[in-house]
Design a protein around this ligand. Structure first.
Ligand SMILES: N[C@@H](CCC[C@H](N)C(=O)O)C(=O)O
Length: 279
């Protein structure tokens, strides 16, 4: 078996990308576990397949490092935008990408023939508990209590195509995310597990966060997670409707156009290297 791939990263959230217009991946979950291994594999937070689509320009299929499928990936979809343009799969700078979290629209900013920045229409945030899904009382999960491992927290849950729980803490730099993250991920109130963002509001236009991703553990950044933190901060009245989200790997600009009910994410995408995998 031989398979060409490209390692890419968006703010340090790194995936192995395979062009499935040319390559065939028989068992994506198994391949995700294999390539993600940082000692015996390529080393990544997961695997992303770029596939043909019947309802959009391309389809993105994303797999976490543990082999589970994610509905959406914010950093990943920016890298897909860069890949399809830079590697000549399209010459368009406005493209649509099918995901399990819906069809997303991307605007590519090109500098010196290469994509430098990608703005993504991330669609509408969902606060309805059954649609996230999260088991809580009431018709939305904004600032609701949760007991985790004997400690009481308050969380705001939102789906950005995939499930997120946002928790505000006074000190996110020194928290034990490897200990607390998995307890949220596997908490019985999240039937499909959850991505958890630990956030702190710095001012009305800036929020910092760390993320424990479902299926991949702590990553340097999460695009859907940054959108979740931004809209959670907005609905809780903590920030304006346009914020900079500071992640371990860098910053994302997130805007919520409440009239259209659309969230926009703008950030970079980078090629690390091209490679080939053998048996
Ligand atoms: N890193 C991603 C999210 C990847 C999927 C997530 N772990 C899930 O299972 O939902 C992003 O940038 O959004």
């Amino acid at each position: 078996m031989q398979m060409k791939f490209t390692k890419m990263q968006g703010l340090g959230n790194d995936y192995v990308y395979v062009n499935c217009l040319k390559e065939k991946v028989e068992s994506p979950s198994e391949m995700a576990r294999r390539v993600s291994d940082r000692h015996f594999g390529v080393g990544s937070d997961g695997l992303i397949l770029i596939c043909p689509s019947e309802c959009a320009d391309f389809e993105m299929k994303m797999y976490n490092a543990d082999g589970s499928r994610g509905e959406m990936c914010g950093n990943g979809i920016r890298c897909v935008g860069k890949y399809v343009y830079d590697y000549g799969l399209t010459d368009q700078t406005e493209i649509s990408v099918e995901t399990l979290g819906g069809i997303k629209h991307l605007s590519l900013t090109v500098e010196e023939g290469k994509v430098a920045l990608v703005k993504v229409d991330m669609g509408s945030p969902i606060f309805v508990p059954e649609q996230i899904p999260v088991k809580v009382e009431g018709d939305h999960a904004v600032n609701v209590p949760i007991s985790v491992d004997g400690d009481e927290y308050r969380m705001t849950c939102v789906s950005m195509g995939n499930p997120h729980a946002v928790v505000y803490l006074d000190d996110i730099q020194n928290m034990e995310i490897e200990k607390i993250g998995p307890k949220f991920e596997h908490h019985p109130c999240f039937p499909n597990r959850v991505n958890t963002e630990f956030a702190r509001v710095l001012d009305r236009e800036t929020v910092e966060m760390r993320v424990w991703e479902r299926g991949s553990g702590e990553t340097l950044a999460c695009g859907t997670g940054a959108c979740a933190v931004a809209v959670a901060s907005m609905v809780n009245g903590l920030t304006e409707d346009c914020v900079t989200v500071q992640l371990l790997g860098g910053n994302l600009k997130i805007e919520w156009d409440r009239e259209k009910n659309v969230v926009y994410m703008t950030g970079p995408a980078t090629v690390v290297f091209d490679g080939e995998l053998y048996e």
